[in-house]
Design a protein around this ligand. Structure first.
Ligand code: COA
Length: 328
């Protein structure tokens, strides 16, 4: 077994602007009742015009480094669906604004699974000895790709960022990332897509081609199946029976999805941490925001066995296990 990647600090940042379900109901054919009962969401945080993904990423990254008690890292990995620009990557800007010097910095694009792919990428650099310490940030100004008038997507998503510091250590340490499972199925690429703006279709025939679209029901079904399957795989790799899990911190897409994953795993629903009601679906950022929230609330504590899992566009999915670390 090579060197382990150990989580040593966490932080998050969300925009100040709170948008309630009633604010959507006032503008479009929806209701607080529909949004709450179908998704669990009560409100979300949205950026003001002019705020970019890097602005949230810098805040979350600095908080994670403070929590880890470190002033420098060797690399920055940024998981995002909404980079500041189509080119270049946003991570170097974030690294520079954090005053980190000439460190390795790159983006990871795996939509809602991005944080788990970012963890795997960072853990790989640590295992190779390319880096001793990596800042993994997941940040989204997701509302910038959402059609504000589309009731099928606008009420569901939120903006925010979360980050962790990973450091080289021992597999036996609390905080060590113990197991990974990652997967994808490109045959499902059209389930979640922004059709235009890339090399396939630079400029759309209509403005709506530049907005995010989602086949909600199909995504729901695949999300439950893949998150449950990936969780089982990673639990087997880690050698944990399901009842060893203290907390399932899943991608916060929809409270019904999180409950269904818990049910499929045979895990009591109370063990599935949920905060989608306050932040909506913040895509890649949702797991680190949820983790930071759960720790701040005193729910996830040192030594707790935590299972992370996500499903997102691509389609892509993954799961990770760790024992929650002691504070730095
Ligand atoms: N308000 C009111 N009605 C709405 C609505 C809204 N905001 N959005 C959709 N509807 C309507 C639909 O038009 C449809 O009407 P119809 O029956 O007349 O055609 C009806 O509600 C049911 O739509 P449906 O899509 O079947 O609802 P659903 O129960 O599947 O819930 C989602 C929709 C999007 C909440 C749900 O499918 C979901 O959460 N999917 C997964 C999303 C996700 O996790 N994405 C990220 C993963 S990375």
């Amino acid at each position: 077994m090579g060197r382990a990647a150990v989580l040593t600090g966490i932080g998050s940042a969300v925009p100040d602007r709170v948008v309630t379900n009633d604010a959507f109901a006032a503008r479009m054919d929806t209701s607080d009742e529909w949004i709450r009962s179908r998704t669990g969401i009560r409100e979300r945080r949205l950026v003001e015009p002019g705020t970019a993904t890097s602005d949230l990423a810098v805040l979350a990254g600095s908080r994670a480094m403070k929590s880890a008690g470190v002033a420098d890292v060797d690399a920055v990995v940024l998981a995002t669906t909404t980079p500041d620009h189509p080119c270049p990557a946003t991570a170097p800007t974030v690294a520079s604004r954090l005053g980190l010097g000439a460190v390795a910095a790159y983006d990871v694009a795996a939509v809602c699974s991005g944080f788990l792919y970012g963890l795997a990428s960072a853990a790989g650099m640590i295992a190779l000895g390319t880096a001793e310490r990596v800042l993994v940030i997941a940040a989204e100004a997701f509302s910038t790709i959402i059609d504000p008038d589309d009731r099928a997507t606008a009420p569901i998503f939120g903006d925010g960022a979360g980050a962790v510091v990973l450091a080289a250590g021992e597999q036996s340490q609390r905080g060590a990332l113990l197991g990974f499972d990652l997967g994808s199925d490109g045959a499902l690429a059209d389930l979640i897509i922004v059709p235009a703006g890339g090399s396939r279709m630079k400029t759309g025939a209509s403005p709506s081609d530049h907005f995010f679209t989602m086949r909600g029901q199909a995504v729901f079904k695949h999300a439950v199946l893949r998150m449950a399957e990936s969780s089982r795989t990673v639990l087997a790799r880690t050698g944990w029976p399901v009842d060893a899990v203290d907390w399932l911190v899943g991608h916060q897409a929809n409270v019904r999805i999180l409950r269904a994953v818990a049910d499929q795993l045979g895990l009591p629903r109370e063990k599935a941490f949920v905060n989608v009601e306050r932040f909506g679906n913040t895509a890649a950022a949702s797991i680190p925001i949820a983790l930071d929230d759960a720790v701040a609330a005193g729910l996830v504590n040192p030594g707790d066995r935590v299972l992370l899992t996500a499903f997102g566009g691509g389609a892509s999915w993954g799961a990770v296990t760790l024992e929650w670390p002691d504070p730095a």
